[in-house]
Design a protein around this ligand. Structure first.
Ligand SMILES: C[S@@+](CC[C@H](N)C(=O)[O-])C[C@H]1O[C@@H](n2cnc3c(N)ncnc32)[C@H](O)[C@@H]1O
Ligand SMILES: Nc1nc2[nH]cc(C(=O)O)c2c(=O)[nH]1
Ligand code: SF4
Ligand SMILES: [Mg+2]
Length: 207
């Protein structure tokens, strides 16, 4: 007997899952359960979680197992991140999280096809593998990492490609934050459609 697709339960490589404070962007400061999926084909040289890149290095869990763990915390905001979460089909995971009463937010580079039921998409586009148009138009938040001065022009290019209600953030690359944050502040004062996003969790030493 053959199983049809609807009987196949998605399994996903999970590098780590942790309950913390959303440190970045529009939802910064909110309690959130992070689910970090393994696998990334983008290869940012300054990536702060390179151990996530190899999907095969991480245990594969069923959606039921992932959601059961998530429910052990009082918060009902789930953030799916990675690695690059869109390398996986996220329809089943996000549907199950919604059924369990979670808000579903995602952190993505937008470089793989869009899947999943989302309450909020934070798109952080990368030079190393461009975001797809379908993710640009669906993004609720554009969060551009500023590593050097040329990244401001690059941020403006992507701001033209997102929808009119998309929030705009500039976030310093962590190793360059001391140098870039003053430039970002000046840029935002001159271009007030942009806002500052800092990686607050790194300043307060939480995951
Ligand atoms: C590790 S990524 C995972 C999700 C997805 N691959 C992406 O890049 O959006 C999560 C967030 O951290 C940001 N990030 C990664 N390394 C960083 C660094 N060194 N400094 C500042 N932000 C960084 C990414 O741009 C993204 O917004
Ligand atoms: N506290 C905290 N906030 C975050 N916001 C985005 C993160 C990510 O790595 O996707 C992240 C993270 O790793 N930790
Ligand atoms: S796309 Fe995200 S996970 Fe992948 S290398 Fe870049 S920052 Fe790291
Ligand atoms: Mg992080």
């Amino acid at each position: 007997m053959f199983l049809t697709n609807e009987h196949i339960t998605t399994k996903l490589p999970v590098m780590e899952a942790f309950y913390t404070i959303q440190g970045e962007g529009f939802h910064q400061g909110r309690a959130a359960y992070f689910i970090r999926l393994g696998g990334c084909d983008v290869g940012c040289f300054w990536c702060d979680v390179k151990d996530s890149w190899d999907a095969s290095a991480h245990p594969v869990l069923s959606v039921d197992e992932i959601v059961a763990e998530a429910k052990n915390n009082p918060g009902r905001l789930a953030v799916i991140t990675g690695g690059e979460p869109l390398m996986h089909n996220l329809d089943e995971l996000t549907h199950a999280l919604h059924e369990a009463g979670f808000e579903t937010n995602m952190e993505t580079s937008g470089s793989s096809p869009l899947s999943g039921e989302w309450d909020w998409i934070c798109l952080s586009p990368k030079k190393f593998k461009a975001p797809l148009p379908e993710v640009l138009v669906a993004a609720n938040e554009l969060k551009v990492i500023i590593y050097n001065k040329s990244d401001f022009d690059w941020a403006e290019k992507h701001a033209k490609e997102v929808g009119p209600s998309c929030k705009l953030y500039l976030q310093p690359e962590w190793s360059k934050a001391a140098e870039m944050t003053p430039l970002i502040v000046d840029y935002i004062k001159a271009n007030p459609q942009w806002e500052l996003s800092l990686q607050v969790h790194k300043y307060i030493n939480v995951p």
